[in-house]
Write a protein of this length. Structure first.
Length: 513
């Protein structure tokens, strides 16, 4: 594990998206706030619940059934069994398993929420959940089965069950029985106390963890798409005056202005420019700041929605031990994350569409200002049998279409469940999964367009009237050449596209931030 600055502390201090990302990538150590006052505050909530049980108080999910069964009283002799029943009957998730990065983000989001001290759980539960992160014990969580209210019940049941020594985990690269891993680490599986299974499951940790990852990917994609656009302006001999600072002062959306500033820096816009082929470039070049700027301007409010949810108590009921009150509400409802992720996937799909249009210009001799057809670098005597980036452009069109198709908002597809107890739900987890999928597709578009742009820049440099690349683009061009040599004779590019995607996932290239 690579150390990331200082440990991420779970407790009263708010976490940022970057903290979750560092934990998800195993780049930061973790610690749990451990001062006596904090531990006492956490313990007080569990003690208050116990006192209510002694008085036979009525508490949802503790002395009643769940959901529409909240009117069904549970005798005290069965209260201890109720948590296990909750995670057991929710063990019906389907679909692919969350990957290791996403699972760590989910564990981090759930732990941070419970650390508020208003969920009625013991310190020991926080310690064991933290130990799962510290030792990289990862519950195998199916990604499908949550409607996003009453929280991520089904996927989070796999967290509750594995803490209790049931179901399976990934540990040291192997799929293992949770009970076996507990024994190996010298742990006793937890016997969840009243309210603890509900506190673990009745929250927004899956959608929030995924949202943190989606945000970080979108932030890097914004910078990468800007860099690709700059390369394409060079390859297509575009007009850099489209990004003039005075022009954007007339329509001062901050993110739009930032993208234009990045393009000016990449293109060294104050340096002398070549004679222009066109007074006005086509929109996918000229309006790139306007397209990318919408994403840039949206990141601040997306961050706000995600980080408030991350640093909230989002289960039900809320246990106020100080005032000795049990507050029944609906904080498990993931509406803010649902809206943020529905919005993000539309913003990101527009980036795919922009880059797809730029690639279409690059490969077409009618619009690429003298570059070879399909960007083939083959000599004239072999040009007729070489097709360069022709199929890559077709694939990019397919990925873009799929990304655009997936922008249908999930949050408007609320379903009534639980015998109409959960009659309005957020669909936040589906929205977050959709956003991840749109990001995957758009990164594929970015990888293809980056390699094509780099090929276009190389081809342009072969011309006798070629000009020196601006410094930032020259550095990028040299970096890319290490992994991606020019396409002269046709070759299968799948391996190089996959390597480029790996580089994007690693945020390999230093860009604008």
């Amino acid at each position: 594990m690579t150390t990331h600055l200082e440990p991420v502390t779970f407790g009263e201090r708010p976490l940022r998206i970057e903290d979750v990302l560092a934990l998800a990538n195993r780049q930061a150590p973790t610690q749990l706030q451990n001062d006596a006052a904090y531990r006492q505050r956490i313990a007080k909530g569990a003690q208050f619940l116990d006192s209510l049980l002694d008085k036979e108080g009525v508490i949802y999910g503790v002395t009643t059934g769940y959901g529409d069964s909240c009117v069904v009283a549970v005798p005290l002799q069965h209260v201890e069994a109720l948590p296990r029943h909750l995670y057991t009957f929710h063990g019906c998730g389907l679909g692919k398993l969350l990957d290791a990065q996403a699972t760590r983000a989910v564990l981090a989001a759930r732990l941070q929420s419970l650390c508020h001290g208003v969920s009625g759980v013991r310190v020991e539960l926080l310690e064991r959940l933290h130990a799962f992160l510290e030792h990289d014990v990862l519950p195998l969580i199916p990604e499908e089965g949550s409607v996003g209210a009453s929280g991520d019940l089904t996927p989070l049941s796999y967290v509750a069950a594995t803490l209790s020594g049931e179901r399976e985990v990934m540990f040291r690269g192997e799929r293992r029985e949770a009970a076996d891993v507990h024994r190996e680490l010298g742990w006793e599986p937890l016997v969840l106390r009243p309210k603890e299974a509900l506190a673990l499951m009745n929250g927004t940790a899956v959608m929030t963890g995924l949202a943190c990852l989606a945000f970080a990917r979108a932030d890097y994609l914004l910078q990468l798409a800007t860099r690709i656009t700059a390369l394409n302006v060079v390859a297509l001999q575009g007009n850099p005056e489209h990004f003039d600072e005075r022009l954007f002062a007339a329509k001062p959306h901050p993110g739009q202005m930032q993208v234009a500033a990045w393009l000016r820096k990449d293109l060294a816009i104050d340096a002398p420019t070549a004679p222009l082929h066109r007074l006005q470039d086509r929109y996918s070049l000229r309006c790139a700041p306007h397209v990318l700027g919408v994403l840039a301007d949206s990141l601040n409010w997306l961050r706000s929605f995600i980080e408030i949810e991350l640093n909230s108590a989002n289960d039900n009921p809320i246990i106020d031990a100080e005032e000795e009150r049990v507050l029944h509400g609906g904080h498990f409802y993931g509406g803010h994350i649902a809206f943020a992720m529905d919005s993000l996937k539309t913003l990101v799909a527009n980036v795919a569409d922009l880059l797809d249009r730029q690639l279409a210009l690059l490969v077409d001799v009618r619009y690429n200002h003298g570059l070879p057809s399909n960007l083939s670098g083959a000599p004239a005597d072999r040009a007729m049998i070489n097709h360069g980036f022709k199929a890559v452009q077709i694939g990019t069109s397919a990925w873009t279409a799929e990304a655009l198709k997936n922008t249908m908002p999930a949050s408007v597809f609320s379903r009534s469940t639980e015998c109409h107890n959960q009659d309005k739900v957020s669909m936040g987890t589906i929205a977050a999964r959709d956003a991840i999928r749109v990001l995957e597709l758009t990164e594929q578009v970015a990888a293809a367009t980056l390699l094509a742009a780099n090929q276009g820049v190389w081809l342009r440099a072969q011309a006798s009237d070629s000009r020196e690349l601006p410094p930032a683009l020259a550095e990028m061009h040299i970096e890319l050449a290490k992994d991606f040599p020019p396409v002269i004779e046709d070759r299968a590019l799948e391996g190089e596209l996959r390597l480029c995607l790996k580089r994007i996932a690693e945020q390999h290239w230093r860009l604008h931030a």
